[in-house]
Design a protein around this ligand. Structure first.
Ligand code: DON
Length: 561
């Protein structure tokens, strides 16, 4: 029988060994134990199990990601990419950029028709939307910080793929509703359509994926980027309009980058630098709302929300103009996060009314409307901390599964600016800085973040949600540091989002109606949405007491060592 545990209260340490199947655990309080928060209970348990076997946070994050690729195929992946932000207990801070790259045959105008019109269907769906996957290379780059061999870290995922796992109701519904898309973008019926209609408790077995994972277990990086898996990927490309070659796969490289680090109210915040916009946006937004001393207002009050919306507006206008892969553009990070620059940017703030977006950035073209990723936060008992956000971009990515290899390929090419002013699937616009070039990484919003206090990990946080990622991380940090909310409230209270363009402000179900009414009077256009983000957060106090919270918006779950 399936059991769901929704725990929102204090527990000394939850033990779940007595439950044999899916146990969703929303909150764990503990001390001196490793903690894993991820989008799926079985993935969190895989990470915790690895720590029990002697692994550290970095071992656990590898095992959790492989497990997510099996049990959370809409976003967990080996066919996508991501970013890792890590801090070792000796103070060493680092990031790994395993973002996808544009294939060598990609070009600036590859999604434009002969009249110069952008065809975002091609950048969002099917084989041409796929960027060269970086995830497996990212897992191998993480090994440098880990203790156990890859063969052990990948085993829980192989077991889950081989033996299968019980679907939750949400997963069963999702697979049923996506089946038509899988038919459209695949030649053969996929393993995800075998038992239609799926229902909660059905067992999903993925034999092809288990074989792919075994090739990685046996041959390392080559088990993915060369040999049979690489051949299966290029064969899949050749079934349609895909352009990824064997060379693209063989040449994929992870970039180890210096974290973006800035100070906020005596805390040291480390986040992802370009090619993610996440760290820069977070620094900009915190600094701008800091000018208004945001902590003196109430959480989700009119005054606080308006200040934060306006900080989001200015930061996202900069994203569209200045941000892209730092190997291809002039990196403006230092200027963009400097106090002087931001003070100047904040001069147009008017506490009585919305600032028109045209006043804070150059709008290139009339934009038209068009809308999975997953985050893991881990702390181990040695004090190592890691935040990873990884993505296929859209739900099940390009919806193209590598036939014979059992995994979905990303549709990350849509994160490039396919044409200046044309919005991507998250409504984000961009220009030259984020134009397509072979080998270039597409601009991201992923914001895996670790906040340090007295040089020790204090908050480990991140979320999926496209462009809503930096604003959700921003709000989670402000909720904790400025508004003094508990980790649970910081994660689960309704959030809001603004991104310069479109001009409207998204508010999540349950957001205070009085604040909404006040904002409307100040000329804000409100768009109500069902949910924003799926935030995974760990907060550790100065005595080492840790609270891990999995977002209540999904099947996200915490596991302890
Ligand atoms: O890198 C990015 O910013 C996007 N590809 C993330 C996509 C995402 O979060 C979708 N999840 N809901």
């Amino acid at each position: 029988m399936k059991k769901f545990l929704f725990l929102f209260f204090w527990l000394p340490l939850v033990t779940f060994a007595q439950f044999t199947d899916i146990n969703i655990i929303k909150e764990i309080h503990t001390k001196d134990k490793g903690l894993v928060v991820s989008a799926h209970p079985l993935a969190s348990e895989a990470g915790a199990k690895i720590m029990k076997m002697g692994g550290n946070a970095f071992d656990a994050v590898i095992a959790t990601q492989y497990a997510l690729a099996v049990v959370y195929p809409q976003a967990g992946n080996i066919g996508g990419g991501g970013f890792l932000v890590g801090v070792k207990n000796n103070g060493e801070k680092f990031t790994l950029d395993f973002r996808e790259t544009a294939p060598e045959r990609a070009s600036r105008d590859m999604y434009l028709d002969k009249n110069g019109r952008a065809n975002t269907d091609l950048s969002q769906n099917g084989r041409l939307a796929v960027g060269v996957p970086g995830s497996v290379a990212g897992f191998f780059a993480t090994l440098k910080y880990a203790k156990l061999p890859m063969e052990k870290l990948i085993q829980p995922a192989i077991d889950l793929a081989d033996n299968g796992f019980a679907l939750t109701e949400k997963e069963a519904n999702l697979l049923n509703s996506e089946s038509k898309n899988f038919d459209e973008y695949n030649r053969k019926t996929t393993v995800f359509q075998k038992n239609l209609p799926w229902k909660a408790g059905d067992i999903l077995v993925q034999k092809d994926l288990a074989e792919t994972l075994r090739r990685i277990q046996k041959s390392g990086m080559k088990g993915f980027y060369e040999g049979e898996t690489a051949q299966l990927i290029t064969a899949e490309m050749n079934r349609g309009n895909g352009i990824i070659t064997l060379n693209d796969l063989k040449n994929y490289r992870v970039a180890e980058r210096k974290p973006l680090i800035f100070n906020y109210k005596g805390h040291e915040i480390m986040s992802m630098p370009l090619p993610s916009s996440g760290g820069i946006l977070l620094a900009q937004m915190l600094t701008m709302s800091g000018f208004e001393n945001i902590g003196k207002y109430q959480h989700n009050s009119t005054a606080a929300t308006q200040i934060m919306i306006e900080a989001e507006r200015r930061a996202f206008a900069d994203r569209a103009e200045f941000m892209g892969d730092p190997s291809f553009i002039t990196d403006m990070t230092e200027m963009l996060i400097s106090r002087d620059y931001l003070q100047n940017r904040w001069k147009t703030f008017n506490k009585n009314s919305a600032t028109p977006s045209a006043a804070v950035g150059k709008i290139t073209a009339q934009q038209s409307e068009s809308t999975e990723t997953t985050h893991i936060s881990i702390i181990d008992k040695e004090g190592n901390a890691v935040a990873v956000t990884t993505t296929l971009n859209g739900l099940y990515g390009s919806k193209v599964m590598v036939s014979g290899a059992g995994f979905f390929l990303n549709n990350e090419m849509d994160d490039f600016s396919v044409k200046p002013g044309v919005p991507n699937m998250f409504g984000a616009v961009g220009g030259e800085a984020n134009s397509i070039q072979p080998g270039k990484r597409m601009l991201s919003s992923m914001t895996p973040t670790i906040v340090l206090k007295n040089s020790k990990p204090y908050i480990i946080v991140g979320t999926p949600g496209g462009t809503t990622i930096p604003t959700s991380v921003y709000q989670s940090v402000v909720n904790t540091i400025d508004f003094g909310l508990s980790p649970n409230m910081s994660v689960n209270m309704p959030k809001f989002h603004h991104q310069w363009l479109p001009e409207s402000v998204m508010v999540e179900k349950g957001f205070p109606e009085t604040t909404i009414a006040d904002l409307e009077k100040m000329n804000y256009k409100i768009e109500r949405v069902q949910q924003i983000g799926r935030t995974e957060m760990i907060v550790i106090d100065e005595n080492g007491n840790a609270v891990a919270v999995a977002d209540g918006r999904g099947d996200d779950s915490v596991a302890a060592e």
